[in-house]
Design a protein around this ligand. Sequence first.
Ligand code: SAH
Length: 260
Amino acid sequence: MRGPLTIGEHVLLVDRKRRRHMIRLAADGEFHTHAGVLAHSLLIGQDEGITVRTTRGAALLATRPTLSEYILEMPRGAQVIYPKDLGPILMLADIFPGARILESGVGSGALTMTLLRAIGPTGHVTGYEIRDDFADRARRNVEAFLGPDLPLTIEVRDIYAGIELRDLDRVVLDLPEPWQVVAHAEQALRPGGIMISYLPTILQVSTLRQRLAESAFGMAETLEVLHRGWNVDGQSVRPDHRMVAHTGFLTVARLLTPNE
Ligand code: SAH
C-alpha cells in the first residue's frame, strides 16, 4: 500500500469531471477511454497522486483506491453494503483486533474486507455463503485488494441450518431472514458476544426484534445512518442536491448470561 505504484496493483483514475475508473496495472496494459489511451507504463514506478495525460491530452489523476473506493468500483455479484454503513457496523459491533467472527452471507465481500482490516492478522472471519458463484467472486475481490494468506475461511452453506463454530466473538449478518439465525447464534457466541444484522426493510427489523426479545440476547438497538454530502465551491457552500435516502437498518444485540 506504500511506495511507488507496482504491477498488479489497483489504481483509481479520476478525470476532470470527477469520473472514476479503476484499473489493475499490467506491464503492457492500456486504459482506453473516449478521451484517448493511457499506457500503464506511465504509472508503473510513479508515486500515487500524480496526474498523467492520455494520447489525446486528457488529464487523469492516479491514486491507489481506498477500501471505500475499491468497494464501489469492484465487480459485484450480490449488492454490497456501502461504506456509509460499513464504518458504523465496525463500531456498533465493536469489531476489534483478534476477534473471531462468523459472517453470513458473504455476497461480494465488501463487508468481509472491512472486517478483515479491523481484526488484523490475529483474528479470523468465517463466511457462510449459500451460493458458490458468490463465494468465488467474494474470494477473488477480497484477495485482489488485501492479498493472499488472509485469516479468512469461506464455506458454501446455509446458515439457517446452523453454525458449527463455538465461542465466537461476533456474528455479522446480511441476509433476508436473520431471525432464523438467532437460536444458532445463541449457541455459537460466547457470553457477551455481539450479533449485528443489516436489513433493508423495517418489517424485517420488526420480525428480528421480536425474535431477539424472546431470546437470550439483550441490549438490542436499531438505527439507520443518513449521510449528506456538501458542495463546497467558492460561495456555493450548501448540502448536495441529491443524497442516498435509504440503504438499510442496523440492528445490534448482545448475548447475555441468564441468572442461575
Ligand atoms: N454483505 C455483502 C453482501 C451480502 S448479499 C457485501 O457487503 O458484499 C446477501 C448474501 O447472502 C447473498 O450472497 C446470498 O446468496 C446470501 N445468503 C442468503 N441466504 C443465505 C443463507 N441462508 N445462508 C448463507 N448465505 C445466504
